[in-house]
Design a protein around this ligand. Structure first.
Ligand SMILES: Cc1cc2nc3c(=O)[nH]c(=O)nc-3n(C[C@H](O)[C@H](O)[C@H](O)COP(=O)(O)OP(=O)(O)OC[C@H]3O[C@@H](n4cnc5c(N)ncnc54)[C@H](O)[C@@H]3O)c2cc1C
Length: 397
């Protein structure tokens, strides 16, 4: 997401851009909500208290608010409709039926504005038979804890029976490929027949892999308000978001090279001159500016061996402890120090190599040090806002 947001913003401002992407990203695990800061109430007030090493401190609260207010329109141009406000969190519903604070949620998802006031008294929960990445009973018990009655309605469709023959095929993405056209219509009919007298129907996100047309169509055909709830990965809306962002980048003239890995670069006099990739051997890619958006440990933007933590492409300076025993806490549920490890940057998000700032290399998103997206709930906020900021910085130079 960081690479694509930077690329779109820079290409939109007239830059010639190339994105080289190794492949799968955190978007394949997307919950349907962007987090700015996971707290009750106003995230901007909580952000004002983060430590000086945090990417948010480098942006500053005023700029965060300004950039955050641009985000719905940025995604809206791609027909990704996001609902939310940077000054007041709402709540998303997890696949386990738990409410978590969120900044922006895709419009098709179920969301709750106020935990003490659920928007429904009675809901129907769709249970796609044989689909194990969504547990309606957990969701039903989460609803019951908040005073919402629910009925689980089993859904079986002949088109999905074929997938059921092999349980590993019964994944959200494969189901979404089947749920189009007449099958979608039959699904709507089944939901309408079974849902009864409810305020809303909750449905796992197994519709609309390539675009949101099937989502819109199903919402039209189901008699009651239809809201989606995240499944376990893979995330259908996350993959759709990635496809949509990529399409927008390419429409703006950007070149997207998927399935290649940047392996090394040549640094001369405090500037990155060129990079090399696995698929292009001796070919060097040169640019005025480079943006590192390679993610954290999860995406191999940062790597840990048994002795050290490092940035694998350029060997950039990182913020991490040399002492392995300080990387983690034994209690799994404590804030884990390694989650804050990442590349060191100056106040403009420029990286450094052997203590020297590289004047034309910026880092954005999860590869940055200083924040803990899991404990703080700030993953998408850091990714999107640092990307927009760096893109603006490069294009205004
Ligand atoms: C499993 C998971 C689920 C998450 N879900 C959410 C969520 O629902 N909401 C939320 O707000 N936050 C979530 N987060 C936090 C997440 O970190 C951010 O929201 C954000 O998506 C991070 O984006 P990114 O582009 O910086 O990094 P990533 O998504 O990790 O992307 C990095 C990209 O760089 C590529 N790459 C890495 N090395 C190279 C190389 N050498 N050459 C070329 N390409 C390379 C990778 O293939 C990958 O495509 C989640 C994080 C994880 C790990």
């Amino acid at each position: 997401m960081s690479g694509l947001v930077t690329g779109i913003a820079a290409a939109d401002a007239g830059q010639r851009c190339l994105i080289i992407s190794a492949g799968q990203s955190a978007l394949h695990f997307f919950s349907g909500s962007f987090e700015l800061y996971g707290c009750e109430g106003n995230p901007l007030e909580a952000i004002a208290g983060v430590g000086k090493e945090h990417p948010y401190s480098k942006l500053g609260v005023e700029r965060i608010q300004r950039l955050a207010e641009e985000v719905p329109a940025f995604f809206g141009k791609m027909n990704i409709s996001l609902v939310g406000n940077p000054t007041r969190n709402h709540y998303r519903i997890t696949p386990l039926g738990v409410l978590k604070p969120a900044w922006l949620t895709m419009d098709e998802y179920a969301r709750v504005e106020d935990v003490s006031q659920m928007p429904w008294k009675r809901v129907a929960i769709c249970d796609i038979e044989g689909f194990l990445d969504f547990q309606p009973d957990f969701l039903a018990s989460g609803c019951a804890e908040r005073g919402v009655e629910s009925t689980v309605i089993p859904i079986s469709l002949p088109e999905l029976e074929r997938l059921r023959n092999n349980p590993t095929e019964m994944r959200a993405t494969n189901i979404a490929k089947e749920l189009t056209g007449d099958t979608l219509h039959r699904l709507a009919q089944k939901i309408n027949q079974a849902s009864g007298d409810v305020d809303a129907v909750l449905m796992p996100t197994v519709v609309g892999l390539l675009d949101a047309a099937a989502v819109e169509e199903l919402k039209k055909q189901v008699d009651k308000p239809l809201h989606f709830v995240a499944t376990m990965p893979p995330s259908v809306p996350g993959i759709r978001t990635q496809i949509t962002l990529r399409k927008r980048f390419q429409e703006l003239g950007g070149v997207y090279m998927l399935g290649d890995t940047v392996q090394s670069g040549t640094i001369v006099d405090g500037r990155l001159q060129s990079i090399r990739t696995a698929n292009h051997g001796e070919v060097e890619f040169e640019a005025d500016n480079f943006v590192l958006a390679t993610g954290s440990f999860f995406s191999h933007g940062i790597v840990a061996s048994s002795e050290r933590v490092y940035e694998p492409i350029l060997g950039l300076d990182i913020d991490a402890s040399d002492e392995r025993s300080e990387w983690y806490k034994r209690n799994l549920f404590e804030a884990q120090p390694y989650m804050t490890f990442g590349v060191a940057t100056d106040s403009d998000f420029r990286v450094s190599h052997k203590g020297q700032t590289l004047s034309n290399v910026y880092a954005v998103g999860a590869v940055l040090s200083g924040c803990n997206p899991i404990k703080e709930g700030c993953g998408a906020g850091v990714a999107i806002l640092t990307s927009l900021h760096v893109a603006q910085k490069i294009t205004r130079k």
